[in-house]
Design a binder for this molecule. Structure first.
Ligand code: S3P
Length: 169
């Protein structure tokens, strides 16, 4: 079976939806950020702080390739994973890529108080807007995009499963 890959900006609900997808569909779940933390023995903020973003991106690409080699699993990616062509190519080849989206206001509310390194700035709203503008064309490459503003993770997961069932029916 092909994998279900969740992409999308920070705070769009990838982790929560992946959990529901795994539960509803009986799939194993791989969270790329968690794999990076396990392999490196460091938290994401510590990796950014001590090794820098480009080292983090290399680790991310390695874990994405490892996960994409699996079958029948739900893979949730970090918000910036789609930007590297090699990542998107591996993910698209391994399964269906679903991008989750949300408004800037929702993203800000869901990420405020979190330890996400890229949002530790004076004006997180401006940073979110800047990153969203850069990443929009990459997110647009997903096979399917779903807005998560007013829906529960369970509703979104069910919608994904229903859509995939229709496509493969
Ligand atoms: C990042 C998103 C984070 C994590 C890292 C970088 C990004 O994951 O990979 O902090 O570049 O958008 P989430 O999208 O799960 O927050």
């Amino acid at each position: 079976m092909r994998n279900i890959v969740l992409a999308g900006f920070m705070g769009t609900g990838k982790t929560a939806v992946a959990r529901e997808l795994a539960r509803l569909g009986g799939f194993q779940r791989i969270e790329i950020d968690k794999e990076i933390e396990k392999t490196s023995g460091m938290s994401i903020p510590v990796i950014f702080e001590t090794l820098g973003e480009s080292a983090f991106r290399d680790m991310e690409s390695r874990e994405i390739k490892r996960a994409a080699a699996r079958q029948g699993v739900v893979i949730s990616t970090g918000g910036g994973a789609v930007v590297r062509e090699e990542n998107m190519a591996a993910l698209k080849q391994s399964g269906v890529v679903v991008c989750l989206s949300a408004t800037v206001e929702t993203i800000l509310a869901r990420t405020s108080g979190s330890d996400r390194p890229l949002l530790q700035v004076e004006d997180p709203m401006a940073k979110i807007n800047e990153l969203l503008a850069i990443r929009a064309p990459y997110y647009a490459r997903a096979d399917l995009t779903l807005n998560t503003d007013d829906k529960s993770p369970q509703q979104i997961a069910q919608e994904i499963l229903d859509t995939l069932n229709k496509v493969t029916a």
